[in-house]
Design a protein around this ligand. Structure first.
Ligand SMILES: [Zn+2]
Length: 321
């Protein structure tokens, strides 16, 4: 289905659910950057559809970066059934629309898989970033001069490699990062992650790769399968060499990296909370998909992310999507 038609269908379907979005504190007149991505109202309408199918909504935080003038909720949705869970994270970087749009496109598959395996998803980690195409809370792009604030920054919880008794940062770098990481810690006992999937893009690369932060690293079969699905969906993959951050790529996969990301947190077995050592989420499988955005149409990127998501859901939950 063409993306435009898909969103038209979502919009058509969205009538009563738009009200739900507004009920979540989504300002009605909020405008989303017009580059072909779904509007945030369309996304929330789609995500909110799971509530009618018995899922639970959590408002993680109301995000209001400086100079924005209004707040937008960061939401999580989870299957009513708790237990070992699939965690899906997206929209950490606001200029990467494919992930959140793919979750909206695959929402029925998420619900179907959720019948068999508990699921928690945080579909739009940086909602202000999404509506204005800003990567970070306080900057559109990465910058040498500014201390950029990523909503996924987990450095206040991850042990410092030079002194594992203390965290890398004394406090969270933003209210949003504090709230998202706190939410993960609150829910990880009830919904312990068996896999964490984080959907990203990168407009500075021409070929993508898959980070595998879990215990099997580059040997993780689901990472190998993810590479196959991306290639099947016409996404160029860099099979060897190095990422633009100088990380080694083996068969399209990058092994565990220390980057203070939410993904490192999801895989962490030990964390530091207020100076005290605790067990971390410890997801055995942590995958981060990094697909090229610069030269590929959004429609193709969304289709690839949705296909990937469906395949991962199918393999992990055992559903026949
Ligand atoms: Zn990203």
């Amino acid at each position: 289905m063409r993306l435009g038609r898909l969103f038209a269908a979502l919009l058509f379907y969205a009538g009563p659910l738009c009200a739900a979005g507004e009920g979540l504190g989504l300002p009605a007149r909020l405008t989303t950057v017009d580059d072909g991505r779904a509007t945030i109202h369309q996304l929330f309408s789609s995500f909110g559809g799971v509530l009618e199918r018995g899922w639970e909504l959590d408002i993680i935080a109301y995000s209001q970066p400086e100079d924005t003038g209004y707040e937008i909720p960061i939401i999580a949705l989870r299957s009513a059934q708790s237990g070992p869970a699939i965690w899906i994270i997206s929209g950490i970087h606001g200029e990467e629309p494919a992930g959140p749009n793919a979750i909206a496109a695959a929402i029925d598959d998420i619900v179907a898989a959720g019948e068999l395996q508990p699921i928690v998803f945080i579909p739009l980690g940086n909602p202000h970033g999404y509506v204005r195409n800003w990567r970070y809370l306080n900057s559109p792009v990465w910058s040498d001069d500014t201390e950029v604030q990523s909503v996924g920054d987990s450095s206040h919880l991850l042990p410092d490699p030079d002194n594992v008794r203390q965290a890398r940062a004394a406090v969270a770098s933003s209210l949003e990062a504090a709230a998202i990481t706190r939410y993960i810690l609150q829910k990880m006992a009830e919904y312990p992650p068996v896999i964490s999937i984080d959907l990203h893009e990168d407009d500075k690369i021409d070929a993508g790769y898959v980070y595998s932060q879990g215990v099997k690293g580059v040997q993780e079969p689901l990472a190998t399968e993810a590479v196959r699905i991306l290639r099947d969906n016409e996404i160029p993959i860099k099979l060897d060499g190095y990422t633009r951050f100088d990380e080694k790529i083996i068969s399209g996969i990058v092994g565990p990296v220390v980057d203070s990301s939410i993904d490192e947190l999801m895989g962490a077995h030990e964390i530091i909370v207020d100076g005290v050592r605790h067990s971390g989420p410890g997801a055995p499988v942590v995958l981060v998909f990094e697909t090229p955005a610069g030269k590929l149409p959004l429609e193709r990127r969304v289709r690839a992310h949705a296909a990937l998501l469906k395949r991962m859901l199918m393999l992990v939950s055992g559903s026949k999507l």
